[in-house]
Design a protein around this ligand. Structure first.
Ligand SMILES: NC(=O)C1=CN([C@@H]2O[C@H](COP(=O)(O)OP(=O)(O)OC[C@H]3O[C@@H](n4cnc5c(N)ncnc54)[C@H](OP(=O)(O)O)[C@@H]3O)[C@@H](O)[C@H]2O)C=CC1
Ligand SMILES: O=C1O[C@H](COP(=O)(O)O)[C@@H](O)[C@H](O)[C@H]1O
Length: 491
């Protein structure tokens, strides 16, 4: 059973409190933390948005959302009522003047509380909201502002947001969230690498042939088409989640778990990424867009139908090959791919090791495969080290890949907290380790931007792929040109 470390009493103001993210992720996460008694009853969760609701109206919306999004066995009547009683609502205009004095007065009732402000709104509002919080004296030393991804739409807008927020708030009180960093299995990458010296010896271009990172989703763009069609897969998933995974995989050992020690090492990886110039973007990347198809035997519409019939050049799939300019990684390609409406939800990292420099086994020793370390981030979280083993029997020397497996569920047998649960409690604690620093976000945009530029300079229709397939065939061709292949661990 995991230890629950209690946090201090807080007043958490959630801007965008009636939106999808709050209803689907933040309130369920806070409910779970309440259920485990991780925060005191004196804590309040104050919803804020433009809708003219009162506390009861917000509680009714929240209750409906919790009933929809929590598993039935987590819903206990008394716990739910206690949690709802901690919810409040203050109407507010994020970029205007209405509602700020009332919110400030509500917060002033309890000056000693930790004050998280969660900005679950569009990023254009981050600067205006922070400026207003400052103007109304709400940014006490106990304040922490959480900025949801995406931080901007490109490097310039990211810098503008960071500058506007930085004018009123120190970096130590700024929490740029990337929920992948809150996933247990993503945090485990640090344990895998820095608590197991056997791997550190192998974690090097001398031993590793290449790395694959796949983040596949079954879902389409759903009700978020307005946002997604402006973003696309590169901005939505690669600029943040996938580059963060890459940083944790590729960074050198930090000198400690201190937030800046870890983030310094991640920034070094981002700085070492070999730029993909605009004119190279078409060779180093593949963009795709799903067409109608079937997932788990059920027909699903295509991207354009999901958008309401509009034509669109936005990619719902991207695959790319990148290199890291460092002694550790020189010459080791990293292949990344992510997409919506792929055959199943799976996030997985494959480290493929080099083959033996010379083989003593005859050709008939069929099944020779390189060693691979599979790190399954979700679902069926775990790790598998694939080794070549002699098949038992008298009929000659036959080799077969077999796995040393760790299933987290079998090993630890407990509920995995959602990423937002851990991250929200870290915000209250004031621990920024699992949040992105300003320079990290900007370096990631700096690397991604020439690719976007290349796509703009030579606009092409993304390659179609049927929903339920693994993306366009060009993504397969991209890796196969290098004599490698995407690894499907469950197939
Ligand atoms: N939904 C998700 O799964 C994820 C979302 N995000 C990011 O989180 C943010 C929120 O996303 P999501 O919840 O989906 O968006 P929604 O459109 O569902 O919700 C937006 C919320 O912001 C409020 N709002 C809009 N304009 C203003 C304003 N001027 N002043 C105050 N409140 C305002 C809306 O209420 P009202 O109109 O009443 O004011 C609503 O509560 C976005 O940046 C998104 O990219 C990030 C990761 C995942
Ligand atoms: O940030 C986002 O992440 C989700 C995928 O998150 P996961 O925890 O379900 O793997 C993605 O669907 C969404 O488009 C993106 O904005």
């Amino acid at each position: 059973m995991a230890r629950i470390l209690p946090v201090a009493s807080f007043d958490c103001t959630v801007f965008g409190a009636t939106g999808d993210l709050t209803m689907r992720k933040l309130l369920p996460a806070l409910y779970h933390r309440h259920r485990d008694r991780q925060f005191p009853d004196t804590s309040r969760i104050i919803g804020a948005a433009r809708g003219q609701l009162d506390d009861d109206g917000f509680r009714r919306q929240a209750e409906a959302a919790l009933r929809q999004h929590l598993p039935a066995d987590a819903l206990e009547a008394a716990t739910l009522q206690e949690f709802l009683a901690q919810l409040h609502y203050r109407p507010i205009e994020g970029s205007g003047e209405g509602g700020w004095e009332t919110l400030a007065a509500t917060l002033a009732e309890r000056p000693g509380q930790v004050r998280p402000f969660y900005l679950a709104t569009s990023p254009e509002l981050y600067g205006p909201i922070c400026q207003r919080l400052a103007r109304h004296g709400a940014l006490s030393p106990q304040a922490r502002v959480v900025l949801e991804k995406p931080i901007g739409h490109d490097l310039t807008s990211a810098r503008d947001i960071n500058r506007a927020v930085g004018e009123v708030l120190p970096e130590a009180q700024t929490f740029r969230i990337d929920h992948y960093l809150g996933k247990e299995t993503v945090q485990n990458l640090m344990a895998l690498r820095f608590a197991n010296p056997i791997f550190e010896r192998l974690w090097h271009a001398d031993m590793i042939d290449h790395v694959q990172i796949t983040v596949a989703e079954e879902v389409g763009i759903g009700g978020r088409g307005g946002y997604y069609d402006r973003a696309g897969a590169l901005r939505d998933m690669v600029q943040n989640h996938m580059l963060q995974l890459l940083c944790l995989l590729a960074m050198e050992s930090p000198i400690s778990l201190d937030p800046d020690a870890v983030r310094d090492e991640k920034v070094k990886v981002l700085r070492a990424l070999k730029p993909i110039a605009p004119h190279e973007a078409h060779l180093a990347t593949v963009r795709g867009q799903y067409t109608a198809g079937a997932i788990a035997g059920q027909p699903v519409p295509g991207y354009r139908q999901d958008l309401g019939g509009e034509a669109s050049l936005t990619e719902s799939f991207v695959a790319l090959k990148l290199q890291i300019n460092s002694w550790r990684w020189a010459g080791v390609p990293f292949y990344l791919r992510t997409g919506k409406r792929l055959p199943r939800k799976v996030s997985e990292i494959i480290i493929e090791f080099r083959t033996p420099p010379f083989s003593i086994f005859p050709r008939e020793a069929v099944g020779m495969q390189p060693n691979r370390l599979l790190i399954r981030l979700q679902p069926e979280e775990g790790m598998r080290l694939e080794m070549m083993t002699k098949e038992p029997g008298p009929g000659g020397l036959h080799l077969r890949p077999t796995g040393l497996d760790i299933s987290f569920e079998k090993t630890f047998g407990q509920r995995y907290p959602d990423a937002y649960e851990r991250l929200l409690m870290d915000v209250v604690r004031g621990n920024t380790t699992l949040f992105m620093r300003r320079d990290e976000v900007e370096m990631a945009w700096q690397w991604v931007e020439p690719i976007l530029q290349g796509w703009t300079d030579r606009p092409e229709t993304p390659r179609p792929y049927a929903a339920g397939s693994w993306g366009p065939t060009a993504a397969i061709a991209m890796i196969e040109r290098d004599g490698r292949t995407w690894y499907e661990s469950l197939e």
